[in-house]
Design a protein around this ligand. Structure first.
Ligand code: HEM
Ligand SMILES: Nc1nc2c(c(=O)[nH]1)N[C@H]1C(S)=C(S)[C@@H](COP(=O)(O)O)O[C@H]1N2
Ligand SMILES: [Mo]
Length: 426
């Protein structure tokens, strides 16, 4: 029955169903992959939106300049400070799960390729809309995965614009995804129920139309179950080589896909992951000396200038908190010690009810040289202007002479090499 390898039929164009020969394709194969993505991408969308909320985008343009976030940011809320590992968890899940799902996404797209070429391209208005939503769905998914991966693998490939693109892309994608899921979930569930009912073998089951199956399949070289195991194995491999980014010690060495292996943090109290080094950020050590560096704190009662020795004379408090980067990596809790942000607010006339604060670094260029913190973050007794970590002065790379550390906040808000803090009037 089957055509010889070089018969004219094997040169059909991709728009013809006969062109696609893999016997793996079929509704059930696509359904399994689709349901995994439905669950996984829903988690990606929710954790992504949480990540956006976490850096206080509605507080000040220094945190976020996304135009029209008013509309898309309708859901924003003040990010809590409890539990202190909150962002470590949500963003670790976002990035680790995103990387893990890559093989599933690719396999799912592969499984429906014949459909993308189907002719006629448009049969009716309804069909045109369905195809448009599919275009947004496929394009949107690829776009989100590509921009997501680029952001963690290559620093600032789209300077300043990556997360805006990823944020808009998420909404475009999710609109199409929601429509697609609503249309297809009943069918996918029906297919899986059939599968569980024991109709394991296509040949034995009563014939029913499977519009994803190849009409003239090649002879199989792997079983469908084998293919699913292969895809799952790929996903597991990616997971195993990524998840270590959220831990330290031996586990971090398993994170072979970790992009930030470049800077060896060394050992000792300051020996934990460094994002941008002092020299990368252009920090001049001369500006951090005991005679040169002053912290300028401003509030409604005026301005005070504090040397590092002045800061050390203020009440010192400790907090065990992680660094959790938007790129998904994090450290375990480090033991920070310094002055409470609320205490600094009190010094400049906000003793009763600390307001928002704008924190600015010695750093002159770069997206993270300043950040705005919300009142609830300033008020938390564990939110510190840290002077030491793990019992030793901060290293230059971790933000000497002083850095912010806030419970549950994304790394971007933990400004290093702090020079100025302005309370209120954001
Ligand atoms: C359909 C899949 C995805 C959706 C709907 C989604 C959605 C989002 C959203 C809404 C944000 C917050 C806004 C922003 O910061 O841009 C975000 C942040 C982020 N996502 Fe995704 N994402 C998806 C897939 C991925 C993947 C596959 C990766 C990486 C493997 C990834 C990595 C990131 C990173 C690193 C951030 C932080 C960006 C930053 O704030 O600088 N995302 N995601
Ligand atoms: N001034 C300044 N502060 C900064 C940054 C920066 O580039 N410049 N990077 C931020 C980011 S993105 C993270 S994840 C943390 C990393 O802190 P660490 O290098 O001490 O681990 O610092 C934050 N503070
Ligand atoms: Mo970060």
């Amino acid at each position: 029955m089957r055509d010889a390898p070089h018969s004219p039929l094997s040169h059909l164009s991709p728009t013809s169903p006969g062109f696609w020969r893999s016997p793996l394709r079929g509704v059930r194969f696509t359904s399994v992959l689709g349901l995994v993505l439905l669950a996984g991408i829903t988690v990606l969308f929710v954790t992504g939106l949480l990540s956006y909320a976490a850096y206080n985008p509605d507080l000040s343009p220094v945190n976020d300049q996304t135009p029209d976030k008013g509309l898309l940011g309708f859901y924003l809320f003040s990010w809590p400070t409890d539990p202190h590992w909150l962002y470590r968890l949500t963003q670790g899940v976002h990035v680790t799960l995103g990387v893990t799902l890559i093989p599933v996404l690719l396999a799912k797209l592969w499984s429906v390729i014949p459909r993308l070429f189907a002719l006629p391209p448009v049969r009716s208005v309804a069909h045109a809309l369905e195809r448009l939503s599919l275009l947004l769905l496929v394009g949107g998914a690829l776009f989100e995965f590509v921009t997501g991966v680029l952001n963690i693998q290559l620093d600032y490939i789209f300077p300043g614009s990556f997360y805006t693109l990823h944020f808009y892309g998420a909404w475009v994608f999710f609109a199409a995804f929601a429509a697609h899921a609503a249309l297809k979930t009943p069918k996918a569930l029906r297919n899986l129920r059939r599968m569980r009912a024991g109709e394991e073998d296509d040949e034995l089951a009563a014939p029913r139309p499977d519009d994803l199956a190849a009409p003239r399949p090649d002879s199989p070289t792997v079983l469908r179950r084998g293919a699913l195991r292969f895809i799952g194995g790929g996903a597991l491999l990616l997971f195993a080589t990524t998840v270590g980014r959220s831990f330290d010690g031996v586990l971090r060495h398993t994170a072979l896909l970790a992009p930030h292996g470049g800077t060896d943090p060394g050992s000792g109290p300051n020996g934990f992951q460094i994002n941008k080094t002092a020299s990368y950020a252009g920090i001049d050590p001369a500006e951090t000396g005991a005679d040169t560096w002053r912290l300028v704190v401003t509030g409604r009662a005026g301005t005070v200038r504090l040397s590092r020795a002045d800061l050390r004379r203020l009440p010192q408090h400790s907090a065990a908190l992680p660094i959790a980067c938007v790129e998904g990596w994090s450290t375990s809790d480090q033991w920070w010690r310094g002055v409470r942000l609320a205490e600094l607010a009190a010094l400049v006339g906000h003793g009763d009810d600390p307001p928002d604060v704008l924190v600015e670094s010695l750093q002159r260029r770069g997206a993270f040289r300043h950040a705005a913190l919300r009142a609830n973050q300033v008020a938390d007794p564990r939110a510190l202007l840290a002077l030491t970590v793990n019992g030793e002065d901060l290293s230059m790379d971790h933000g000497y002479p002083a850095r912010v550390i806030v419970p549950a906040a994304p790394g971007v808000l933990n400004t290093k090499w702090v020079a100025r803090m302005t309370f209120g009037e954001l």
